[in-house]
Design a protein around this ligand. Sequence first.
Ligand code: NAG
Ligand code: NAG
Ligand code: NAG
Ligand code: NAG
Length: 964
Amino acid sequence: MPTFVTSLLGIFSLLALLLCYRASLDIADSLSPQGCRMSWMSPSYVQQQGFNLSWSPLARRYSLWLYREVGWDSVQETGQRTDSLPVIFIPGNAGSSHQIRSIASSATRHYYSSPYVVSPAFASRSLKPLDFFAVEFNEDLSAFHGSTLESQIAYTSQAISYILSFYPLGTKIIVMGHSMGGIVATSLFPSSNISAIITMSTPHTLPPARFDSRIDTLYASLRTSLEEDATPIVSLCGGATDMMIPSDSCILPKSSKGIFRRTVFTSALEGAWTGVGHREMVWCHQVRWRVARAALELGGARRLASRAVILDKWLRDGHALPLEASSLDQDGNLEISDPSKLEVLQIGQNLVLKNPSVSKTYLLPVDDSASSGRLTVFVSQGRISSVSPENASPLRVSVFSCTGHPSTSVHCVTQKPETLKLVPNPVPGKPFPVPHEGSDESDGVVLYEAHIPQINGHHWIGVGVNNVNGQGWIVAGLDFKTPVVSQARTFSLLFGTLSLSVPADEGLATSFMLPNMLSNALVVYRVIPHQTFMPMCSDALLPPLLMHTSHPAETHYFPLATARNRRTLLHTHLLAPFIDQTSYLSSWLNFTIYSSGERGCKREFEKFDVAIDWSATLGRWASRYITTLVCWAAGVASLVVFAAWSQQVYGAPMPSVEQSLINYTRFMFRYLLPGSLAFSILPLPRSLYMGNGGVFLLAPITPLILLIASGLVCVVWWILLLLLTVIGTSSALIFGSRIEKVGVAKRTILSLIVICAMIFVFVPWQVAYLGCWLLHLHTCASSTQYLKREISSNVSEAVPLVDHARRRDSIDSPNYPPPAIQVKGSSDTGDIKRGNANHNLHLLLLMTWLLPLTAPVLAVWVRTLLTAGYTTPFDGDHNFLAVLPFLVLTDFASWTPGALFEKANFEKKVSLRWVLVAIAGTAFLYGSRRPYLVLDVARVAVWGIVICRIGRRYWGGSSWASAA
Ligand SMILES: *[C@@H]1O[C@H](CO)[C@@H](O)[C@H](O)[C@H]1NC(C)=O
Ligand SMILES: *[C@@H]1O[C@H](CO)[C@@H](O)[C@H](O)[C@H]1NC(C)=O
Ligand SMILES: *[C@@H]1O[C@H](CO)[C@@H](O)[C@H](O)[C@H]1NC(C)=O
Ligand SMILES: *[C@@H]1O[C@H](CO)[C@@H](O)[C@H](O)[C@H]1NC(C)=O
């Protein structure tokens, strides 16, 4: 029966899991809401029959399809147009080739303004339409299984050769990959046939399911090709909204060789500004039309550099300056001597122009006395350099640094920006992004920022306004104040909030920097603006907008005018567990508030409170540490068995599982909890243990996970007990009283050979493991029945054969007297049977916790059987040696009449029970990043146990004994 401590532990962990689950469900809505418009299309798919077995042996299993927009594209037998370019789409884990439809349809409707009529934007240029091919993997579970992934890579590689055989020599293909499809795409390197790769929600640096070592090997080889291959890659990431993969792993590692590698978070993607979920990534209108457009435009680029420029232009988040703008300066030098073309502003005055109707250059004086300043320019419905919203008016604004005197002549040179991007201008009072709707293509305001150094003499900032047509607005201003810096530490937020006051003269931009705040994927901050009065700023050109740049590639925008009822949550994907990002060492919390600075809105916010948002933080922990939890529970289960075996060392009988759980709990509270906490402060490599690199503030997560894992082991034990009772009772009903198994012997070796042969030929060993587990479950059902019968018939002299106080100390005191003398009146066979029963139950607990580590491949196998049947061999996993020790052990346990384990001779010096500590140690140290190692170590350990403690008795008991 569960005791007080174990029940408490079990209930605690169930509640904690429930809380974490609730918190992680909430993440997508609170942290990074989604505003995506649905996309519509009229799809049809043409199967490529020609891509058959003579091209790839996998053609039986997979297929290749061509997308056609009904009524827009001509559907022919082969499908290809004469003058077009190919694109191939690779779906992800359990994905479908049909997912290409949104992007493909958008590309067609971009290229043709109406059926068969090429749109003017493309007719004048030599751009070609696109043929979208998609591979169909029958919703294979590629994320769990390295061999499946390898088959997909081989098939895709052949498909590309096949597709290219229909196009003129030298044609290159654009590759798009969703989720694990992105991994397939980047695994095609090196290939001279690929012009660019666009991946969507792809986990580039960390496999989402880490149960297969072959996936790790694949990722390791990807690392070098990501670093070295010259083909441009863009990775689109959905951010926290993506609940399938942590977006930390979506960030492409920087290439040291200057190769184009761009990570774009959709929260920053110009014109989208929304978090995008994992599946939504392929159909979210705001994203798909940009991807389609980028692919169309790529057709016009021959050179690598120009392909990079195009990707940079159409899939931009503004964290880097436009490649186009920085390479060629169209404005150059300018000499203005016509005073009517100039207008001079006062010092400190902002330029505010609504619906400009005169082309002019406005001069903002730079204050000689002040030190350096910051220039901020906003342009609505116009462009600066190449940056503008879609369908903008012709309005064109240029920014200059000028010298001279306005009354005579002014000499201007183009002022290089530090920031030049499109920022959203949310409608006050509406949520942002608008759910199910999102931003419009033509939304957005161009933001230009530059740092103005101090120069003596007449120095001006010129804002040139050209091509006016009475539309749009321009706001520009210089200000000379320094950012608000607070040295507060995250630690102080544990117990309260931090208030930041906003400087009296807000200007157009106010920056806040909190250099001592921990910026980590596992911490979420909440910003609460205190509003003094509420003019709602509804007529402001740009109501206050908070911009949080949390990672060099990630930016979030929050309108403050609508945030009164909404939490403004600041999170980041910088420094996430298990991901090596040593290149970004600075971890500040920075944010900036922009506004057009009109009088009404100016003093709206007096101060901000910054606090830790615990609910969102908990949700982030939950989504990062599920694998860790499973592996640690396996480690705990192995420590429970260790606790039992330790008692046995001193001669005590094998305790019951309940007793071992209690022993373990005492052991945990005494050593493991403090130990795990201390260990998590060590600066270990990020692939080990908790993957935090020893960040002090994150250390408390470790004991929490240990507690939950221990509680889960207790809960699973209760479930097993229930299961055993049910099985025991029902089999007793069916077969009457338990039939003692005798003389199964000769059959054993034969069946072992048959099973091994089956594993060798087609069943993966994971299936055999499941079989072992089931067999053992059955054995244990008999064991529990036996124990129960014994207890009920022997109530007076029940289980505690050793008195309680001594048993408790048994782990700690090495001089524990052998209690065998104390056992009175118990027959030898009763002892052996009881010992075997308890051994069996302990083994069952351990084997149950190893089951989740094999489950993914089991799922893949079943899935492959269902979709492909036996048409293709299921590669890998046929090593019967991997499961043989479990087969022998569970088989032996099911029939042995003698003791299950007999100590080997050498155990007087070193006890074999330490192999269990090795399993636990591996689980704790490597479990999160390389769970398959736990299984490897467990396998070796069980080999050891079988050889040393069962050894010849297995064969002896079977063939010879029965023959004799
Ligand atoms: C594959 O298709 C090609 C062309 O349709 C055909 O010539 C060839 O015989 C096919 N091969 C097989 C194995 O079906
Ligand atoms: C590129 O495609 C051609 C077919 O057009 C094929 O023969 C060649 O093997 C491919 N190259 C690579 C590296 O895949
Ligand atoms: C915050 O700003 C400082 C100063 O500009 C910079 O060094 C740091 O990298 C920024 N931190 C982040 C996370 O962007
Ligand atoms: C009760 O237990 C003793 C040993 O502890 C054993 O000898 C005896 O046979 C048991 N009684 C029954 C009815 O099983």
